[in-house]
Design a protein around this ligand. Structure first.
Ligand SMILES: Cc1ncc(COP(=O)(O)O)c(C=O)c1O
Length: 361
């Protein structure tokens, strides 16, 4: 028996977007604009920051294992019971936990190609069979997912809006799709970009349907500006939540994260400013890409994906942008080697990106 199981050896590590420090170190540049990881360019909510500073006074104590106050605040906001709310170390922490809690070795999971690859890595780490339905013109194809359900299917993962395409599937197609899913199959609806999409009446807000076999995942990493704190949450039927509670690390999330989450939820002003600069930045990007004749995928998120003819062109552009201090995300690892994902930044950052892109082209 090998020390490291074959399915783990075969895994490729997740490649995060390049960090600002890394690029500063490698290229000796002072000003770096990072538009690569869909983070909030406004910084941290002032209320969350204050709450985190205060929480530092008590870090000698373990955090509340049931995250009572944050779960209560989320339950009240969404008009559900506290027993329907789960907290984790980022939504990716919850994805990992779901895979450990509910999957048996001979069961299967389905996702879409061109979607959030953390799910793929976590599924493969369990050594189970992972099936990827193809995208249809950059959209998640729910019919193609239904066609791949078998007697062994246990989990279906859907990111809506999808990362890295920024597209959504609409209310009607979601409701048609969910009828095709047997009740024994658990659907993970990852709504990491919910706040950027929910104003669109076509967006199916999963919390309106309260389906027994759906786990909704959301995060404080994007609209709430807390990516470094690692705080995600999930809503689901009590049965799922109570079993996830058994398996989770007893003291995740940290007390700093719990304090930040409660305060961030109350910071309506920060959220409003976030959505405002995102709207303006997105319109600026669309105009830019139209002017430069670059194909882009209209987005329901805080990023826009642009489409080129080849991987070679993508690598050339990404590399040259990097030398000018602009970090964007080439999408080879996501299965879209001819695409680049650009996070919407502050006005000034978007302008620097625009200028650099024009020069590079
Ligand atoms: C679809 C999707 N889900 C989850 C995450 C991760 O969120 P978290 O920081 O809460 O782990 C991301 C981050 O990029 C994402 O795009």
């Amino acid at each position: 028996m090998p020390l490291v199981p074959a399915h783990i050896q075969a895994l490729k590590p997740y490649e995060a977007g390049k960090s600002i420090e890394e690029v500063q170190r490698e290229l000796g540049l002072k000003r770096i604009v990072k538009l690569a990881s869909n983070e909030n360019p406004l910084g941290v909510s002032p209320r969350a920051l204050q709450a985190m500073i205060e929480s530092l006074q008590t870090v000698n104590r373990y955090p509340s294992p049931d995250g009572y106050y944050l779960r209560k605040a989320l339950a009240e906001r969404y008009d559900i019971k506290i027993n329907n709310v789960f907290l984790g170390h980022g939504s990716e922490g919850i994805i990992s936990l779901i895979m450990r809690t509910f999957l048996l070795d001979d069961e299967e999971a389905i996702t879409s190609a061109g979607s959030f690859i953390t799910f793929d890595i976590q599924a493969q780490s369990r050594g189970i069979k992972l099936i990827r339905a193809p995208l249809k013109n950059f959209f998640i194809d729910l019919e193609a997912i239904t066609a791949r359900i078998t007697d062994k299917t246990k989990i279906i993962y859907l990111a809506n809006p999808n990362n890295p395409t920024g597209t959504i599937f609409k209310v009607g197609s979601f409701l048609d799709f969910i009828k095709t899913v047997p009740p024994r199959v658990l659907v993970i609806l990852d709504e990491a970009y919910f706040e950027f999409a929910h104003d669109d009446p076509a967006f199916p807000d999963s919390m309106q349907y309260r389906l027994d076999n759906v786990i909704t995942l959301r995060t404080f990493s994007k609209a709430f500006g807390l990516a470094g704190v690692r705080l995600g949450y999930g809503f689901a039927h009590e049965t799922f939540i109570s079993n996830l509670m058994k398996i989770k690390l007893a003291f995740e999330p940290s007390s700093i994260a719990l304090a930040a989450g409660v305060a961030a939820m109350d910071d309506a002003d920060f959220l409003e400013r976030t959505l405002h600069i995102n709207r303006i930045g997105k319109a600026f990007f669309y105009r830019l890409f139209e002017r430069l004749g670059i194909q882009y995928i209209p987005s329901h998120t805080n990023f826009v994906t642009i489409v080129f003819d080849s991987e070679k062109e993508v690598m050339r552009i990404t590399e040259r942008l990097l030398r000018k201090g602009i970090i964007v995300r080439p999408l080879k690892a996501f299965g879209l080697p001819h695409c680049i994902r650009v996070t919407i930044g502050l006005e000034e950052e978007n302008e620097l990106f625009a200028k650099a892109l024009e020069q590079v082209l």
